[in-house]
Design a binder for this molecule. Structure first.
Ligand SMILES: Nc1ncnc2c1ncn2[C@@H]1O[C@H](COP(=O)(O)OP(=O)(O)OP(=O)(O)O)[C@@H](O)[C@H]1O
Ligand SMILES: [Mg+2]
Length: 237
């Protein structure tokens, strides 16, 4: 698969498989195209050539309706949590069900069907924030916000999760907690994950496999146990 923006190539010849239940760490210097690759994988932007198969669907040949159905099975956590500040924590988690249930009823927890509120509360319990359900999202710490974003990503019981630098905006200790929590949930549910990180230790510890982008190519595709921190640092030279 290759991606260009206009004339400008981002990467080419990128090819890999994500096994069920596997966690893949995607690493590489700033601007090598990690976020772009995630967006191509999720079907948010089209690949320029080649194809992406996600959960049995070829995303670049899918209709809008097929893509929406696909996105309902996919969760996303990004560096900036993108919570809606003035809404409650619970409403923000209910938003994670908008892929499955598009429409106004899943915009606010007070309009949401009972089952959706229950699912959102249970997701909040799993990230340890049940007591914060009614708090406004803009009254949370960075670490709490990121945990709410994780709850929002898992509330729809996705088969695949994409996480783009899920702890980059956090201090080291909060970042560690968020990674621990995220991967505990992922392992419990047998979800497949692709995550990006600039933290080499995280890539090796939480990834089963590490993919490395450099010079517009996939320069690394190896199991985490076969790699050392020095191997990964080599990508940044
Ligand atoms: N919508 C866009 N239009 C044009 N160019 C873009 C667009 N999005 C990204 N790019 C370019 O594509 C390249 C890859 O960007 P991308 O954000 O994927 O890198 P990254 O590996 O995620 O970097 P970082 O580590 O800083 O997050 C960059 O040169 C960027 O400027
Ligand atoms: Mg990025």
């Amino acid at each position: 698969m290759a991606k260009r923006f206009g004339e400008k190539p981002v990467f080419a010849d990128v090819s890999f498989r994500l096994a069920r239940g596997e966690a893949v760490a995607l690493v590489g210097a700033n601007g090598t195209g990690k976020s772009t690759l995630l967006r191509c994988l999720m079907g948010l932007i089209p690949a320029s050539s080649g194809s992406v198969h996600l959960l049995g669907q070829q995303t670049n040949a899918a209709t809008g309706r097929q893509l929406r159905a696909l996105r309902a099975q996919v969760g996303l956590v990004s560096q900036k949590h993108n919570l809606v500040p003035r809404l409650s924590v619970l409403s923000n988690v209910v938003h994670g069900l908008l892929g499955k249930h598009p429409g106004l009823r899943h915009w606010s927890h007070s309009l949401a069907p009972h089952a959706s509120r229950v699912a959102a509360m249970s997701a909040l319990e799993r990230v340890g924030l049940a007591d914060f359900a009614n708090r406004r999202a803009d009254r949370l710490s960075g670490g709490q916000s990121q945990r709410v974003a994780i709850a929002r990503a898992i509330v729809g019981t996705p088969s695949v999760l994409f996480a783009d630098e899920p702890c980059a905006s956090l201090d080291p200790s909060a970042g560690e907690d968020v990674m621990e929590l995220f991967f505990r949930l992922v392992r419990d549910e047998g979800v497949s994950v692709v995550f990006t990180s600039h933290n080499i230790e995280h890539a090796l510890r939480y990834g089963d496999r590490v993919l490395g982008l450099a010079q517009g190519r996939l320069r690394l595709d190896a199991t985490a146990v076969s790699l050392s921190a020095a191997d990964l640092r080599g990508l940044y030279d």
